[in-house]
Design a protein around this ligand. Structure first.
Ligand code: CO
Length: 133
């Protein structure tokens, strides 16, 4: 088994502050990490749950893929981050299994991780992110 943890569940929201406040009030959640990832056109807030995160994601510009996802499908579940020990090996394994990569090679993600995204087409409708810490 290549996967070591559910790294994060990413939820696309229009108003990051409102979403954080809701998770704080509903669950007593606290923000563990916050980051603007300019290359992805997103700002994220990570709320820690055991060894995993809820990742609240909001677009920083109208051309951001997350902005387009919200426009098309509304707010909600955006992708799942699966934690792996070796992103390059996991990516190769997924490609060998027939997955369609969005990233041809691992690249930097938030909080110093190395990541690669896999297209929902060919992965039963779920946008998958491989995350190596
Ligand atoms: Co993610």
């Amino acid at each position: 088994m290549i996967l070591t943890e559910i790294d994060h569940v990413a939820i696309a929201v229009r108003d990051l502050e409102a979403a954080i406040k809701y998770y704080q009030e509903a669950f007593g959640a606290t923000v563990d990490h916050r980051e603007v990832v300019e290359s992805d056109g997103v700002e994220e807030a990570l709320l820690k749950v055991a060894e995993s995160y809820i990742q609240l994601l909001t677009p920083t510009n109208p051309d951001s893929p997350v902005a387009k996802a919200i426009e098309k499908r509304g707010e909600g579940l955006h992708h799942i981050g699966y934690r792996v020990d070796n992103c390059a090996e996991a990516l190769a394994s997924m490609i060998a299994a027939g997955a369609t990569p969005i990233d041809k090679a691992p690249r930097p993600g938030s909080r110093g991780t190395t990541v690669a995204f896999i297209h929902p087409k060919g992965s039963f409708g779920t946008l998958i992110e491989l995350v190596q810490e």
